[in-house]
Write a protein that binds this ligand. Structure first.
Ligand code: ITT
Length: 200
């Protein structure tokens, strides 16, 4: 068994990742919550990859152990890719999920469904002391609804409907979202990379 820490402070992500990697018996997973003294760095990078690396490398340096971090954004075509890497604070520094959803919907007011195409992208970075970082990306294509629908999931889930479904992510239960989500795709790929490595 290999110890690995997943560096996210977002409890909604913890729920999803915990489930996605629940069968991953090679890993002994610990979470940032086990180290309350550690605060994640500011996401000052220009890309999801840079921000995922910032989070994983900071924590890996402090704890001297392998660390994984995920950075995720919602990229809306009509808005030239916004909110993108700014998805967490789209409506301002202390914006709630609801504030961000409202801002996005107001920017898309009057835009037809066919022009509301968007994608969630997750980049996962794995940093191990003494090795180059590894990355995996997962993406799901879909559209932004005109009104929020559903109470599951988190973040922008009530307004995102993936192409392969007729339900928003928030109308799905955890398992349904986890079958097809950007996060699932990214963590599954990272899981394959880890399984093929003997150096962890
Ligand atoms: P950590 O940095 O602690 O992991 P965070 O919430 O800051 O948590 P991100 O920067 O990766 O994480 O995510 C940015 C925002 O994107 C997040 O706050 C949500 O509003 C949204 N988001 C991320 N994943 C999502 C998902 O699966 N469904 C809906 N919205 C999501």
């Amino acid at each position: 068994m290999t110890r690995i820490l997943i560096a996210t402070a977002n409890s909604d992500k913890i729920r999803e990742i915990g489930e996605i990697w629940s069968d991953f018996t090679k890993l002994e997973i610990s979470w940032l919550a086990d180290y309350p003294e550690i605060i994640l760095p500011e996401e000052t990078g220009n890309t999801l990859k840079e921000n995922a690396l910032l989070k994983a490398s900071e924590v890996s340096t402090i704890l001297d152990m392998p660390v994984v971090a995920d950075d995720t954004g919602l990229f809306v075509d009509f808005l030239s890719g916004r909110p993108g890497i700014h998805s967490a604070r789209y409506a301002g520094e202390n914006a709630s999920y609801e504030d961000n959803v409202k801002k996005l919907l107001s920017e898309l007011k009057g835009v037809k469904l066919k022009d509301r195409t968007a994608r969630f992208i997750t980049v996962v970075s794995l940093v191990r002391p003494g090795f180059d970082p590894l990355y995996a990306e997962g993406m799901v294509e879909g559209r932004i609804l005109e009104n929020p629908s559903g109470s599951g999931g988190f973040g922008y889930d009530p307004i995102f409907i993936p192409d392969e479904s007729n339900k928003s992510f928030a109308e799905m239960d955890l398992n349904e979202k986890n079958q097809i989500s950007h996060r699932r795709r990214a963590f599954e790929k990272m899981g394959e990379i880890i399984k093929n490595q003997s150096f962890l």
